[in-house]
Design a protein around this ligand. Structure first.
Ligand code: GLU
Length: 441
């Protein structure tokens, strides 16, 4: 059974760059009839907040993601403690007493001697008496995982064969001096315990993978398959910061973007698939494949989101929007069809509604007075439909000799008060004869 996880730290809100691994995991689970686990990496009790976890779940739901399971690391400490004890018993986790200052000094010394600034494992030589003495001095140990030093080789489902040379890394600290766990051990223990088969995440985690595979093996767990995707960046290639407000999923929602547009941008940017509308995440899951993720950067372009959003809006069935449109004051399909080409986001419809419902301040230039008066007199009798505009302006052309912009712009300015906007042939039947007579004065 395929099982994947998205593992955010609830220390802030999620942005479109965080939605990328969430969705890639979700699509992968759906395509393989698997399960999608949402795991809150909330071991940092000070920075993790329940309201962030709630907001992340709300944002994921809005994007169309319904987790099959939700777990919180803060509730799973006993598992991590058991793993810690096993690693200590197996000689793979060892107590270290160096202060940050001491470590700094050693690193500088190593650099001065032209050696790599990796931890020298001095703590491995400590005797029981040394440890007792250090603890009597008031020092509490932090714990390091003893790397084997052999290169770790794995086949990444996106990037192909990868080698992490752990010999050039310091033994990683898994437990802080205050006994709290850093990200690595809980993550590995959960991946084993929850039966995660595929770890799909950003390429910033590639070097962690070497360490994690070693720990999984030390704990006797099954090593999952890994896939590291390119990260969404800004136009100039810079990383998307958590603080970039306009990229927050919550902001994009309140700015009126369609969830599907945001989801598609999050997934399809930086892949070989075109950024285009899909009817559902299920349809996208059928098409999306990890091998389509490119190895180059994934540059996110807000203008592309805007145009994708517009494309989706212009193609979607009225029935799918009816409820939200009603809340925005649009009660029938003809109004929607007449106005939709002018908007890129749904709430913008409110700017155009007054063209139909009023109030409109007709704009009539002095030199157009005669034309507008003739237009008023020539208004056909109702009923009106989409052919009314053509018939009416055809007559006016004959009668006044005006044509093209010289004819249409004054009519538009009088009927709508502005030089741009919806097609008048669709607008006319929605206005009706009475409103037109009122505006053509
Ligand atoms: N909490 C980690 C992060 O947000 C999870 C990384 C992972 O997927 O293993 O970076």
């Amino acid at each position: 059974m395929t099982k994947v996880r998205f593992a955010p730290s609830p220390t802030g809100f999620i942005h479109i760059g965080n939605a990328r691994p969430a969705l890639m995991n979700y699509l992968f689970a759906r395509a393989h009839d698997g399960k999608f686990v949402l795991r809150f990496d909330d071991t940092d009790l000070e920075r993790s907040k329940a309201e962030y976890a709630d907001a992340i779940l709300t944002d994921l739901n809005w994007l169309g993601i319904e987790p099959d399971e939700v777990h919180r690391q803060s509730e799973r400490t006993a598992l991590y403690d058991a793993a810690r004890d096993r690693l200590i018993a197996g000689g793979r986790l060892y107590a270290c007493y160096e202060t940050p200052d001491e470590l700094d000094r050693r690193r500088s010394r190593a650099r001065a001697l032209g050696r790599p600034p990796i931890y020298d494992r001095a703590a491995l030589d400590l005797t029981d008496e040394d440890r007792a003495r250090l603890e009597a001095e008031g020092r509490t140990p932090h714990w390091r995982f003893k790397l084997k030093g052999d290169p770790v080789i794995f086949t990444d489902l996106i990037r192909g064969e990868q080698t992490v040379n752990t010999a050039s890394m310091s033994d990683p600290v898994l437990i802080r001096g205050d006994g709290s766990y850093l990200y690595t051990l809980p993550s590995v223990v959960d991946d084993i315990d929850l039966g995660i088969t595929h770890v799909i995440r950003g390429e910033d985690h590639i070097s962690n993978t070497g360490v994690q595979i070693e720990i999984i093996e030390a704990l006797g767990g099954a090593v999952p398959q890994f896939a590291h995707h390119n990260l969404l960046t800004g136009a100039g290639g810079q990383g998307l910061s958590k603080r970039l407000g306009s990229l927050g999923i919550g902001e994009l929602r309140s700015d009126g973007f369609e969830a599907m547009a945001v989801a598609l941008m999050a997934v399809l940017t930086g892949t070989s698939l075109p950024v285009e509308p899909y009817p559902s995440l299920y349809a996208l899951a059928e098409r999306f494949d990890l091998t389509t993720v490119s190895h180059g950067p994934a540059r996110y372009d807000p203008a592309e989101l805007e145009s994708l959003n517009a494309r989706i809006l212009h193609e979607v069935d009225y029935a799918d929007l009816a409820e939200r449109l009603k809340a925005l004051g649009v009660e029938n399909e003809a109004v929607w069809l007449a106005l939709r080409a002018n908007i890129t986001r749904l709430p913008q419809i409110a700017e155009w509604l007054p063209l139909i419902n009023g109030p409109v301040l007709p704009v009539i230039a002095d030199e157009d007075r005669a034309l507008i008066s003739a237009a008023r007199d020539a208004l056909p009798a109702e009923p009106w439909d989409e052919s009314t505009w053509g018939a009416w302006t055809g007559d006016l052309k004959q009668a006044t000799g005006r044509k093209g912009k010289g004819l249409f712009l004054p009519l538009r300015m009088a009927l709508t008060g502005r030089p741009d906007g919806p097609e008048l042939k669709s607008l006319l039947p929605l206005l009706g004869r009475k409103a037109c007579l009122d505006r053509l004065t």
